[in-house]
Design a protein around this ligand. Sequence first.
Ligand code: ADP
Ligand code: MG
Ligand code: MG
Length: 354
Amino acid sequence: NKLNVALIFGGKSGEHEVSLASSASIYTHIDKSKYNIFTIGITKDGRWMYYEGNEENIRNGEWVNLANKNVEINLVPVGNKEVGIVFEDGRLEKIDVLFPVLHGPYGEDGTIQGLFEISQIPYVGCGVLSSSVGMDKLICKKVFTQIGLPQVDYTDTHKSVFNKYTQEELNKIEEKLNYPIFVKPANLGSSVGISKANNREELLSGINEALKFDARIVLEQGIDAREIEVAVLGNNEVKASIAGEIKPAKDFYDYEDKYINGSSTYDIPANINEIDMENIRKMAIEAFKSIDGKGLSRVDFFIDKNSGEIFINEINTLPGFTNISMYPKMWEATGLSYSSLIDSLIQLALDTKK
Ligand code: ADP
Ligand code: MG
Ligand code: MG
């Protein structure tokens, strides 16, 4: 009567390695007396493989060479075949809950959630709509604007337009925003493809760099910001953790800082006044509800160091779950241990099917 939980990791995105680290961490903390864990890896070129093994080989990527390619992973009901994992000896293991521990495109953007819907198996986290809206920085900003959440000034450009009218587009951006300007591909996370431009030359090279990742580019007013994050958990009744603050070691919180050397430090709770704390927690829940969030999200804010103004930065529907990640840490500080958090996420997934 243990639940069968399939942890899905890796994936075809620039955040593949982050996912490996997140999954290894979840694999370590999940209560194995309650769940049978089936680990399914997705390679960088998008192949799904069953890998039954240890945390370390998930983390370091060795699992690709050790995976059992003969185990079938059936998520779509075909003919009279059952949905589940079919082992070489013909044994079928049904899956009670799918747990995607994937970040970025194909994992966090609603595509895999669509496949899960078709499989009819409950899954952890946001559904198709909230995942895709949350992943798209441009659409998400428009939703947040609509519900009146404060954001820094921004504009956008598109590859087809930018490549044709480069000078005009640069002029237009400079008219709307002052340097420094943050350049972001619309559809990524983990700071991949993001840069901070201090002048026109850097703006041009930043946009060209971002265009390698997406045709749609977001340009934002850069501010001197404190970075505040809140963990959100729930379906219809949504709770927000106490907020934490990230203190990036460098100019901004980049990929390396987040996952490689982890040189940034943090405060949980964030050292902010009570009014800001309550306001930020309230806005985090509003943001989550505005995109029809389910399960979990981490909502990130800026506090302008000069004016004290609060801005919402973004919502991450599948936040990092590594040993140094804020999402589990903020819940821990709010009184929910890592393994109880995983229990809650699994329960919330089952609840969506009730
Ligand atoms: P990602 O989804 O990749 O985490 P973010 O939008 O959070 O993208 O940007 C990554 C980091 O870049 C932020 O954590 C922050 O350090 C910095 N940053 C992004 N936008 C701004 C901005 N408008 N002003 C100041 N810093 C920013
Ligand atoms: Mg993000
Ligand atoms: Mg971010």
